[in-house]
Write a protein that binds this ligand. Structure first.
Ligand code: NAD
Length: 249
C-alpha cells in the first residue's frame, strides 16, 4: 500500500461520523458520463432551465425529448465500486450520510438505505407533478410521449409533470439543503468522491465541514478548486481508491 492509500485507510477506518459527498465521477465506471469531461453528451444536449420549462409548452416537449435521449445513453447502468463501498460502510454502521449531486439513482440501486441519502439535485429515474407532487413513472410517460409527442400532464390534477431532478433556475429542496448542512456539521470526516466541486451551493459543503472541525479528503482524477483546503488529496480513479471498502475489512 502506498503512503496516500495508507493515509486514506487510516482516515476512513478511524472516522466515527463519515459523510461522503459524491459527484458524477463515481458513476463514470458504470457508463454514466460526467458533466464536464471532454466530449460530454450533457453539453451536447444543453439543459432547459426551469423558467423555460414552465412557461413554454414547446420547451417542455424539447426537455422531455432530450431527457429520453440521455436516458438511452446509460439505460443499462449498474452501481459501481463506490456505490457498493458506501452501501457496505453503511451496513456496518460506519457511514453517517451520503450527500449526492447525482441524479442517476445508483446509490439506491446498490442498496444504500434512503434514510442515509440526501439527493441534492433530485432523481432522474422518475417524475413528479409540479402542482400536486404526485410521483409518475417514466415508462408510462415515455410510451405516451412516443405515441403523441406531447409533454405529460398529471392524471390527478392536470399539472405539468417534470423529471424529479432540480433544473437550472429551480430552487433546491430546503429540507435536503438542511439535511446536507446538518450532516456536514456533525461529521468528523468529509469525503469528496468524483466531483469537480464547481456547482453551488453543493460545493460549499466541504468548507462548512472543515470549518466545523472535520477532516477533508478529496478523491478525484483532476485537480479541484478546494484541493488546497484538503487534509488529503487522492489523485486517481475513485473506484480504485474505494475498492478496499467494497468487501468491508
Ligand atoms: P462534474 O462532471 O463537474 O465533475 C466530475 C469530476 O469527476 C471531474 O473532475 C472528473 O475528472 C472526475 N471523474 C470522472 N470519472 C472519474 C473517476 N472514475 N475517478 C475519479 N474522478 C473521476 O460533476 P459534478 O461535480 O458531480 O457536477 C455535475 C452536475 O451535473 C451535478 O449537478 C449533477 O447533478 C449533474 N450530473 C449528474 C450525473 C449523474 O447523476 N451521474 C452525471 C452528469 C452530471
Amino acid at each position: 500500500m502506498d503512503e496516500t492509500a495508507g493515509r486514506l485507510a487510516a482516515l476512513i477506518d478511524g472516522a466515527r461520523h463519515l459523510v461522503a459527498f459524491t459527484g458524477a465521477g463515481v458513476s463514470t465506471e458504470c457508463g454514466v458520463p460526467d458533466f464536464r469531461s471532454p466530449g460530454s453528451p450533457w453539453l451536447r444536449y444543453p439543459p432547459i432551465g426551469f423558467q423555460a420549462f414552465v412557461s413554454d409548452a414547446a420547451q417542455r416537449v424539447e426537455a422531455w425529448r432530450r431527457k429520453f435521449a440521455m436516458d438511452d445513453l446509460y439505460a443499462g447502468a449498474r452501481p459501481g465500486r463506490v456505490h457498493h463501498a458506501l452501501r457496505d460502510l453503511a451496513q456496518n454502521g460506519r457511514l453517517d450520510t451520503v450527500i449526492t449531486q447525482n441524479i442517476d439513482g445508483l446509490h439506491q440501486a446498490a442498496g444504500l438505505p434512503v434514510a442515509k441519502l440526501v439527493e441534492l439535485h433530485g432523481n432522474g429515474t422518475y417524475a413528479r407533478c409540479l402542482q400536486c407532487g404526485q410521483r409518475h413513472e417514466l415508462d408510462g410517460i415515455r410510451a405516451r410521449f412516443d405515441a403523441t409527442g406531447l409533454a405529460p400532464e398529471c392524471a390527478a390534477c392536470g399539472g405539468m409533470v417534470k423529471s424529479a431532478t432540480v433544473a437550472f433556475g429551480q430552487p433546491l429542496d430546503p429540507a435536503d439543503v438542511r439535511a446536507a448542512r446538518d450532516a456536514a456539521c456533525r461529521c468528523d470526516l468529509f469525503l469528496v468522491l468524483g466531483s469537480s466541486l464547481v456547482v453551488q451551493p453543493a460545493a460549499s459543503l466541504p468548507l462548512l465541514a472543515r470549518a466545523k472541525g472535520a477532516a477533508l479528503v478529496i478523491v478525484n482524477r483532476e485537480p479541484t478548486r478546494l484541493d488546497e483546503e484538503a487534509d488529503l488529496v487522492v489523485r486517481g480513479d475513485v473506484g480504485e481508491a474505494l475498492q478496499p471498502w467494497c468487501a468491508i475489512r
